[in-house]
Design a protein around this ligand. Sequence first.
Ligand SMILES: Cc1cc2nc3c(=O)[nH]c(=O)nc-3n(C[C@H](O)[C@H](O)[C@H](O)COP(=O)(O)OP(=O)(O)OC[C@H]3O[C@@H](n4cnc5c(N)ncnc54)[C@H](O)[C@@H]3O)c2cc1C
Ligand code: SF4
Length: 337
Amino acid sequence: MNRFEYTRADTVQEAVQALAADPAARFIAGGTNLVDLMKYNVERPGRLVDITRLPLDEIVQHEGGLRLGALVPNATLAYDPLVNERYPLLASALLAGASPQLRNAATTGGNLLQRTRCYYFYDEGTPCNKRQPGSGCPAITGVNRIHAILGASDTCIATHPSDMCVALAALEATVQVEGPDGRRSIPSGEFHRLPGDAPQTDTTLRHGEIVLSVDLPDEDFSKHYTYLKLRDRLSYAFALVSVAAALEMDGDTIRTARLALGGVAHKPWRNAEAEARLQGRPASPETFREAADVILAEARPYAHNAFKVELARRAIVRGLAQAAAGTPQSQTDKRIA
Ligand SMILES: Cc1cc2nc3c(=O)[nH]c(=O)nc-3n(C[C@H](O)[C@H](O)[C@H](O)COP(=O)(O)OP(=O)(O)OC[C@H]3O[C@@H](n4cnc5c(N)ncnc54)[C@H](O)[C@@H]3O)c2cc1C
Ligand code: SF4
């Protein structure tokens, strides 16, 4: 780990100024991702700006929905009564992630900004375009079992690792940020970016901008939802494929459909055409398979991850069936029901 200066910000303005004045500075919240990356020398901040004392740790009602402060711990969010009543999809996704100890320390803002789990990214001894632009991507011809099947580029095939963000994508949350040029809102679908020719840039957040909150809209997907996470073991593992499904049903007919996939792309993956194909249709295996086919028609697997295409197809069908039936995947039940 390299030497760094440490500052604790007392106000949002102080935090923004401290970062904007120093290109080598980074915010630190729970530290569960950033400190690991510093130990591996992947991140080498010259200054850490501790934001844990900022007043961003509340969950409040806002415009008919909920405003989730950037410093709310993942565990608090997962067990909050209002979140469970109105946005159980989000609670379920959070409980599918990491371990109880990590969820106690990890924050909403830090979870949004956690970095990929690509093994080469963590290994300073190998090239990696995300870590060092222009150095190459060994995952494309190397071991790529956990890598992307959708939206990847010739420079990077990493996946985004967060479970929480997959639920936020399906729920169409917006991220409120403040920076040197003032406040702005970023729709969750525009917050993370595809690698393109700049894989070093994970998000559309600008240096100096701090995440203040995540806002959930005034919508009700509390009866027909699921977060289905498929992974190598049933605890403490990142998703190979995950599915966040949120439906509004009219009897057996799907009135509104939201579907987001995790573990398959550089960002939580949505497909407007697949969602449109579900709407107004009966909730049947045929309808679900059709949506899966639309999404996976674009899949481009690599040598070791072709299995993800079929895994994703089955996960989409199962996730939609669970959501339609109102029998969501339980994250505390260690069987895949
Ligand atoms: C062993 C292990 C297993 C895990 N398994 C899972 C899993 O299955 N699913 C899953 O989703 N996650 C998993 N995680 C990741 C974990 O959820 C993240 O590490 C955590 O959410 C990061 O939050 P943090 O507050 O600790 O962020 P930090 O480590 O403090 O920060 C992470 C990044 O966010 C930036 N940042 C933090 N807050 C803000 C803010 N308000 N505004 C702007 N920038 C900010 C920091 O500068 C840094 O770049 C796992 C982690 C570990 C170590
Ligand atoms: S997939 Fe992306 S993160 Fe992984 S080695 Fe290639 S460039 Fe680096």
